[in-house]
Design a protein around this ligand. Structure first.
Ligand SMILES: [Zn+2]
Length: 170
């Protein structure tokens, strides 16, 4: 890829040299990363960072890191053009906010799952003798025992309804 870039540079100037109106040398530092058929890439980084700064940054890096550095600079430059105030920091902080919101939501849902399991456990142990956990609340409502037990099962029904409602409200 580097070789083809240099050969191409010798025939016609790379995108950088074309924009800067200079002769594209055999060892042009821009040529491998700014091919002539992608002129917008160099136009963006030149506009935001300046050609000499891009040149300096590339010279200071070992060759195997230059391609990644160019990708990063092009991305940052495009973000800066789209959002002159925040640049790519705008995208980063908006994604960070999404992560925070989703983590809060996840924690709430996990807490509700724990609460539902505890309620299910409580209702299944209170009907241990006759009921399986799956139909515990259903059968305890139907069970013909008056007094405290039916009071308790009424509470359970109300709690379940509230929880289902709050689950859907997110
Ligand atoms: Zn060049």
């Amino acid at each position: 890829m580097k070789e083809s870039g240099r050969k191409q540079g010798a025939v016609s100037p790379c995108a950088a040299c074309k924009l800067l109106r200079r002769r594209c040398a055999q060892d042009c530092v821009f040529a491998p990363y700014f091919p002539a058929d992608e002129p917008h890439k160099f136009a963006s980084v030149h506009k935001v960072f300046g050609a000499s700064n891009v040149n300096k940054m590339l010279q200071e890096l070992p060759e195997h890191q230059r391609s990644d550095a160019v990708s990063s600079m092009v991305y940052e430059a495009n973000a800066r053009v789209r959002d002159p105030v925040y640049g790519c920091v705008g995208a980063i902080s908006s994604l960070q906010q999404q992560i925070d919101a989703l983590q809060t939501q996840l924690a709430l849902v996990q807490a509700e799952v724990v609460q539902m399991r505890m309620n299910q456990f409580t209702s299944s142990t209170s009907n241990q003798a006759t009921d399986s956990p799956e139909n515990a609340s259903h059968t305890s409502r139907l069970a013909a025992s008056p007094q405290t037990k039916s009071f308790f099962s009424m509470d359970m029904v109300v709690d379940h309804a509230n929880m289902v409602e709050s689950l859907w409200s997110y």
